[in-house]
Each structure stands twice: as structure tokens, then as C-alpha cells.
Design a protein around this ligand. Sequence first.
Ligand code: FMN
Length: 378
Amino acid sequence: MGLFDEFKMRGVRIPNRIVVSPMSQYASKDGFANDWHFAHLSRFALGGAGLIFTEATAVEAQGRRTHGDLGLWQDDQIDELKRIVHFIKSEGAVAGIQLGHAGRKASERRPWDGETPVDDTDIAERDEAPWPTLGPSAIPYAGGWHIPEEMTRADIERVKYAFRDAAARAASAGFEVIEVYAAHGFLLHQFYSPIANVRLDDYGGSFENRVRLCLEVADSIRLVWPEERALIFRISATDWVDGGWEVEESIELARLLKARGVDAIDCSIGGIGGRGRPRRMTLEEGFQVPFAERIRHESDIATVAVGMIWSADFADRVVQEGRADLVAIARELLADPNWPLKAMGSLGIEREPFENWKPAFGWWLNKRERLVRKLGLR
Ligand SMILES: Cc1cc2nc3c(=O)[nH]c(=O)nc-3n(C[C@H](O)[C@H](O)[C@H](O)COP(=O)(O)O)c2cc1C
């Protein structure tokens, strides 16, 4: 099995193992998708990726990270997404949506405006007001951040149903895979990490209590999400700080999620914030792959590896060696949406140059290639 073998999850056939990792564009107004999202995501369908995820899509307005986040908390947000899904499918790829809630990391400025909390100065500068945030406990992400309101049981119920309702809307938009965003310090991660959760009720304290919301969100999505479509979770496999969430807990969480109808775990790390000093980590290509590998083997569930993967050869080996089932790529695909098609060339999958490119591109490129070769121009 290699990078260009099909992967099947329930009734979903993903033509290859390359996943477009969710990438927030901060380009929405009031949560609506627009032409930017269409162009951004369509490029990857033309470029040969197998499974294309939208960016983090908020299940309620309060759960947006920034004013520019995509959302699916109301029915009229479905239509534009439907158009995007239709195009992705018509080009032979699978469309997935990442559903999330930012919790205490909501009401944040876009990266290029500082990635700091929105305050009243943003009203004058961008006509964007701050809004109150929620979290498992009234602990801010970092000094100077909004202090979240500790969620009541009613808030927890509402958020759970917001995930369910957004999943139903995602189904009617035609998405075939949902990824629940339970990583990078956003709401569900805030619940399972002891760094952000000091609750004394059924949702805090023990491991069982801290993962409860994740499991209930999986259940509530599965109530409305068609049986033949896939559900995956993106988690932070470790907080990478002392006193935080550890990979052994991720292995157990993955087992519990699998039993609730979750088909794969997308294994990222970090993002919880707080005062703990991050442990040392060697940054290198595929540095997070060992987490996907451990969870795959020890939880017996399919995994997605992600993080600093940029060479076709490396990505192919991750799949060949059984370290992960799928490989998600973000920045390298931003740099080159045709990366998957080029990877087919460099891995020797093609019999003819450009044979897998859409003919509107590939026919011409192949013709030029033959001419250039014949004339010995390069
Ligand atoms: C522009 C941009 C936006 C991102 N937005 C999201 C997001 O909405 N949800 C998410 O889970 N990760 C998000 N990420 C993280 C990526 O999905 C990915 O995990 C990370 O960039 C590491 O992969 P890479 O080294 O291939 O870029 C974002 C990354 C980038 C570069």
C-alpha cells in the first residue's frame, strides 16, 4: 500500500492517501463561504488530492475563532458549501468538513492582525467587536486573553446539539467526511486537557470525565450523520507540557472513539497554552508521524499523519511502512496545489508524463514535454 492506493472508510472511497489539511482562510463574513473558499478548495481538487477538508467551521457563532471563520450554524450557510462540494466531487476527490468550536480561544484577531484577543480598538479599526468566550473552566488561554465563562450544563448540551445540527447541515451539503476539531487548544481539547479543565462535575477531573464531551459529540453527530459516511477526530496527541495531556491518554481516547463509530484519528499535537513550559522537540520532516504510528498500532484505528511533510518519497514511505493510513498536508499544498500530481510523476506512478492531469492542462503539458525532449532543450 502506498500514497496512491485507494483508501476506504465505510462507504467513502478516497482515491489516494493525500489529505488537504484544514486551513483557515479568515475570509468569511458572518460565517458564510464565498468565492475565495471555492477557489481555495477547488485548486486542490484540480491538483489531485484525495480528500479535501474545509477549514475549521464553527458550529455556533460564539465558537468562531475570528470574525473571518467559516460557520455552519444556520441553514442558509449550506448553499455555498454545496457548490464547493459539488465541484470537488465532480473532479473525483472527496469533500470533508472540519467542525469545531474555539471555546476560550474565540474572539481572536486574524494571524496577520496579531493572533491576539479582539478588543474595543478593533471596532474602530475593522468594525469588529470582541465577544464573550466559553470554556470548561474560567481559565484564560494565556495572560491578557479573555477569561472564558465556565460552561454550564445547559451550555454543554447546547454545544453538543450544535455539533449534531451542523453535521446534519454538512450531510445536506454533500460532505462525505466530518472531522471534529478536538485539537490545538480549541474547545474539545480544552475539556480533555487538565491544563484547561479544573471542573468538579462529570466533565472534569478523571480521564473519563474529561473525555466525556468528545464521546458525547461523537454520539450526537452519529445520530444524524449517515452510516456510510466517515467521521474522524483531529486530536492533539500530547500537550507536550508537564502536567498536561499525554499520548497514552490519546491511545485510550482513540479506542473509546472507535467504539462510538469514529473511523480515524488525525494526529496533531500542542496548542493548549497555559503556563507549562513546552518540552523539547526536534523539528524535522514528519516529526509528528510517531504519534499517528503509535495510535494506529495501539488503538487499532486508522490514522492521519500531519505536520511538516513535504516530500513525496517521505509521504509514500509513511503509508508503505504502515505508520499512518493517510497523510495530511497543509503548507506544502498552499505553495503548490499540484503537489499530488507531481508526486505521481516523481514516484513513477505515471506511464506517460502528465497522464493523470486534467486534459485541459495535461494534454498541453505532455505535448510540450515531448517537443522539448525531442529537441533536447532540457
Ligand atoms: C493557513 C493555515 C490555516 C490553518 N488552519 C487550520 C484549521 O482551520 N484547522 C486545523 O485543524 N488546522 C489548521 N492548520 C494546521 C494545519 O492543518 C496543519 O496541521 C499544520 O499546518 C501542519 O501541517 P503542514 O506542516 O503540512 O503545514 C492551519 C495551517 C495553516 C498553514
